[in-house]
Design a binder for this molecule. Structure first.
Ligand code: MG
Length: 386
């Protein structure tokens, strides 16, 4: 048992992963303390979380809600701030031990870089950070005391399968995918599906953006790129396998023919609990445990690259490298936002991403400023296609 509690910064505390992270912090009050909570615009929930967890500081990123949050917490000694510069500054506070990055999309990049430079332990739930800027993040990590622990369930599985192994013994990573809500739908019908249809994920309860990414399988493409940077494996060494029950969270195949898998119920609190327990060890829990019935019928199939073309797009962006994945991510964020507002069809998401990527030449070995400029350019271009 550690002598002092770990102070945790939860970036994106009002989102799905953020709320489940606070569940885990509440489950182990002797181990963890919520020190900083950051939300984009869900002011009421942030205020409620602040009253429950009594952090040192809260930040509401959207400045329009600053006074509202500040006034609501004026009877407490909780510090209230606003703006993205305040987030990047706050994560470097010496009191903070671990930063949980659970913001949505590109918005997680700046504060993750600040946390790495400050040498923090990072529980990475914002996969877009590595999709957009994996090359830069990897270089920064080499010159920092910071450690990245994956929160994504598949990457948590890889991490667990690789404990005690040598990377040169690895032949392949098997990245499992549920296949999303449209796995059985004929390809021709995808053009008519609505945001409401796409938001019905069969296994996982997640935020809206990632649920649409799961329906297009862009999420799996992102996770392939995330795995590539986390574990230093070339994209061709990562194979996607559809496993509709989401009980096996991913597998590692070794050169001697052996394969290791990590199993568990599809509940994001499992990988969050594992990441927060590192490197000390596993945290005992009264959560529901797996039974024989839960794993009675596990099936596997090949992904349909024809029906889900963004899988090919992701491999191609990973192969091109440089800013290509940044452009892909930016166009995806704009297209998914438009689809959620019923402004475009499901299959238009692919077209917008493809056209945006075809129009912007990738930059090799980008700097942070290159990513910022490229993200802005790609967003503008994608928006003009809607
Ligand atoms: Mg995942």
């Amino acid at each position: 048992m550690r002598e002092t509690r770990r102070n945790i910064a939860v970036l994106g505390s009002t989102g799905s992963i953020g709320r489940q992270t606070l569940d885990i912090i509440a489950e182990y009050p002797g181990l963890f303390n919520a020190w900083l909570l950051v939300a984009r615009s869900s002011a009421d929930l942030l205020i409620q979380q602040a009253r429950q967890f009594r952090p040192h500081m809260v930040i509401i990123a959207d400045e329009n809600y600053y006074e509202y949050v500040r006034d609501a917490l004026s009877d407490t000694d909780i510090e209230v701030a606003t703006g993205s510069a305040a987030i990047a500054q706050a994560v470097t506070a010496p009191e903070i031990d671990t930063v949980v990055t659970a913001m949505v999309g590109y918005s997680g990049l700046e504060s993750t870089i600040a946390a790495i430079k400050a040498g923090k332990r990072i529980a990475l739930a914002n996969k877009e950070t590595l999709v957009v800027a994996g090359e830069l993040i990897t270089a920064l990590l080499e010159n920092s005391d910071s450690v990245l622990y994956p929160v994504d369930s598949e990457h948590g599985a890889f991490y667990q399968c690789l404990v005690g192994e040598r990377m040169q013994d690895v032949e392949k990573l098997w990245l499992t995918a549920s296949g999303g809500p449209f796995r059985k739908l004929p390809k021709e019908q995808l053009v008519t599906v609505t945001a409401a249809d796409a938001l019905k994920h069969p296994n996982w309860s997640m935020g809206a953006k990632i649920t649409i990414d799961s329906a297009t399988m862009m999420n799996k493409g992102f996770e392939m790129i995330e795995a590539r940077w986390l574990f230093g494996i070339e994209p061709r060494g990562i194979e996607i396998v559809v496993h509709p029950q989401s009980i096996i969270h991913s597998m590692v195949a070794f050169k001697d023919g052996s394969v290791k898998a990590q199993l568990g119920l599809p509940d994001m609190r499992l990988p969050i609990r594992y990441a927060l327990g590192l490197p000390d060890g596993r945290l005992a829990s009264d959560c529901r445990k797996m039974t024989i019935e839960d794993m009675a019928s596990l099936t596997f199939e090949r992904p349909d690259f024809d029906k889900f073309p963004l899988l090919t797009t992701a491999y191609s962006a990973a192969h091109t490298g440089g800013t290509a994945p940044c452009v892909m991510n930016a166009a995806n964020e704009i297209a998914v936002g438009a689809f959620l507002k019923d402004k475009i069809r499901f299959t238009d998401i692919y077209d917008i991403i493809e056209k945006t990527m075809a129009s912007i030449a990738p930059i090799e070995h980008p700097t942070y400023e290159d990513y910022v400029a490229c993200n802005a350019e790609a967003r503008q271009l994608a928006a003009s296609l809607i």
